[in-house]
Design a protein around this ligand. Structure first.
Ligand code: NAP
Length: 284
């Protein structure tokens, strides 16, 4: 039976440490804060935003939520982003994705000040990840690395397979593993013999968005299995991209869903917001 990588416990520990840091910063006149912009009434976005606001309160970070109606125009959203960019009270800024279909998401991300881009989606921050010169790391891959670290799992020289090549998870995840000297393979929907490639992995990270897609026959005995996926099954149950019941029999370590990567992602957003406040103070 696999060891469960308890993201909930690790995330709580990180948030407790951040809370103490925030208290210290406040005594020095530095007040970390986060502006969260959400457009429309996507139910999943609503849940994520509520979670972020709650985390801020827990860690002592001031937060503002800007909930805009679905019919908001590109120009109106850009104007709000530009206003928040120059607001000295705001240390971190994010626009909850996905945006309604009429928005040019890329243009909105490009408009965010890279110094406040706590999601690390701006091209400047993405480029910095490539060269290993980080200000902010994207929250999900950073959360995965923090979870591996918390359990003393060293990826140096290991075969790491990342399934999924999105800009927000798969690609930066592969890069972070590479920076730790893992041997990294990235798979996607056109990968041939996916099963064979996955079965080579000492560390398998799955981020594809398909409920319980990775089955036991894709997992090497003793592998570390990181399930990034979050999918709502027809019966309402939240499940990952990995068939947990099959995988846990073979894996050495495995993340649960929920309680694995998702909560770590949220903790990393808090970490990035504190980092943004510190960096902003050092520029003054
Ligand atoms: P995405 O942008 O839709 O990307 C999915 C990736 O999976 C693509 O690269 C796609 O390949 C690949 N893929 C799809 N079907 C495949 C298959 N049958 N075999 C191999 N590869 C396949 O998704 P994402 O934003 O990265 O999110 C992935 C999952 O993680 C979702 O369930 C999402 O909800 C979850 N997520 C969780 C967190 C968290 O905090 N836990 C954060 C972000 C996302 P192609 O490029 O070839 O199309």
């Amino acid at each position: 039976m696999a060891v469960i990588l308890d993201g909930k416990a690790v995330a709580e520990k990180i948030k407790t440490e951040l809370k103490a840091q925030v208290e210290g910063l406040k005594t020095n006149g530095i007040h970390p804060s986060l502006a969260v912009v959400v457009v429309g009434d996507d139910a999943a976005s609503r849940v994520y935003v509520n979670g972020k606001i709650r985390d801020c309160a827990q860690v002592g970070i001031q937060s503002w939520e800007y909930a805009l109606p679905a019919q908001t125009t590109q120009q109106e959203l850009l104007a709000l982003v530009k206003k928040l960019n120059v607001d000295d009270e705001v240390s971190g800024l994010l626009v909850q994705l996905p945006l309604p279909a009429h928005f040019d998401e890329k243009a909105i991300i490009d408009a965010i000040d890279p110094n406040k881009d706590v999601d690390a989606f701006h091209p400047v921050n993405v480029g910095k990840i490539m060269i290993g010169d980080y200000d902010f790391l994207p929250c999900t891959p950073a959360g995965v690395m923090a979870l591996l670290d918390a359990y003393g799992i060293d990826v140096t020289g290991k075969e790491c397979v990342v399934i999924g090549r999105s800009n927000i998870v798969g690609k930066p995840q592969a890069m972070l593993l590479l920076h730790r000297s893992a041997t990294v393979t990235i798979c996607h929907s056109r990968t041939k013999d996916l099963k064979e490639v996955a079965r080579r992995a000492d560390v398998l990270v799955v981020a594809i968005g398909k409920a319980e897609f990775v089955t036991g026959d894709m997992i090497k005995e003793g592998a570390v299995v990181i399930d990034v996926g979050m999918n709502r099954r027809a019966d309402g149950k939240l499940v990952g991209d990995v068939n947990f019941a099959e995988a846990e029999k073979l894996a050495g370590y495995i993340t649960p869903v929920p309680g694995g990567v998702g909560v770590m992602t949220r903790a990393m957003l808090m970490k990035n917001t504190v980092q943004a406040a510190k960096r902003s103070a050092s520029r003054r």
